[in-house]
Design a protein around this ligand. Structure first.
Ligand SMILES: Nc1ncnc2c1ncn2[C@@H]1O[C@H](COP(=O)(O)OP(=O)(O)OP(=O)(O)O)[C@@H](O)[C@H]1O
Ligand SMILES: [Mg+2]
Length: 258
């Protein structure tokens, strides 16, 4: 089992959108995939549950009392349009997560709650995708502890790279190494924005092979699919952007196996 954390403390860069569509792609390729929502905004939860809001057990319960609520209790089959999505499971979240995490600050091993839970299910899944919140809270630190690879989306705005150095510092600190297994990719790429693309490419060049070749374009159907509570794969199977998610999945698998 390999764990990929989709992380960037900057908001709105496409973490959740990527988590949803990458999970769907891995599942389509036959990998037993678990998508875990670590953001109390619960956007991925709503989409991958086919529009549900209420769940018997969520990741909040696991963080609150792991002994009583193991992660297996929270995991449900992902759904789209009333049908289960083959090979794809979801661990939902809810709005209580922020408060629960605040209260965990006094727990010993509080940074390893998720890591320990994932150890108990490591034979059941091939890949786990973590959708992180837009901050470096204890929830994100749990994701950092658990992850084998960090996938950092960078959007197409002029401030896209602000905070990237801080994020990499935080990853190095938590992982206690200066050789963190991370990759960066461009999301919401728009070919026409030449000036900004040149600027970003130049900056990203410094990261060398940490920058993935795949660029996910800005495409309306990607946003529309999320509004309809579906991955792009089921919402619009003819979308050209599915090729980009396929390419992204391929590059990530190569990094995981490296
Ligand atoms: N490639 C894309 N093409 C078109 N729209 C996109 C694309 N990627 C993301 N979006 C849209 O951009 C918005 C922000 O995306 P998303 O919610 O995935 O970001 P996020 O990083 O998870 O945000 P947050 O930091 O709040 O968790 C959403 O409305 C989403 O539909
Ligand atoms: Mg998000």
């Amino acid at each position: 089992m390999k764990v990929v954390a989709i992380i960037n403390q900057k908001g709105g860069v496409g973490k959740t959108t990527t988590a949803i569509n990458l999970s769907a792609q891995f599942a389509k390729e036959g990998l037993r995939t678990l998508a875990i929502d670590l953001d109390p905004q619960a956007n991925m939860t709503v989409v991958l549950s086919g529009g549900q809001f209420k769940f018997e057990t969520t990741i909040s319960d696991v963080f609150e009392a792991a002994k009583k609520h193991s992660i297996t209790k929270a995991i449900i089959p992902a759904q789209a349009d009333g049908d289960n999505i083959a090979n794809l499971s979801l661990c939902p979240t809810d709005i209580r997560l922020s408060r629960v995490i605040e209260q965990s600050l006094t727990k010993v091993h509080r940074e390893r709650i998720l890591f320990k839970q994932l150890q108990t299910i490591k034979d059941r899944y091939d890949v786990v995708i973590l959708d992180c919140p837009p901050n470096l809270s204890l929830t994100s630190v749990n994701a950092m502890m658990a992850a084998d690879l960090f996938l950092i989306p960078v959007d197409g705005g002029s401030f896209s790279l602000n905070g990237l150095a801080d994020l990499l510092d935080a990853l190095e600190e938590v992982k206690e190494t200066d050789d963190v297994n991370f990759v960066v990719f461009r999301n919401e790429y728009a070919k026409a924005n030449k000036l900004i693309n040149n600027f970003l490419d130049e900056q990203l060049n410094e990261l060398g092979d940490k920058v993935l070749k795949t660029k996910v374009p800005r495409i309306e159907a990607i946003g529309q699919a999320s509004v309809s509570a579906e991955p792009l794969l089921t919402y619009k199977p003819s979308s050209v952007a599915l090729n980009d998610y396929k390419a992204l999945a391929k590059e990530i698998i190569a990094r995981l196996n490296a």
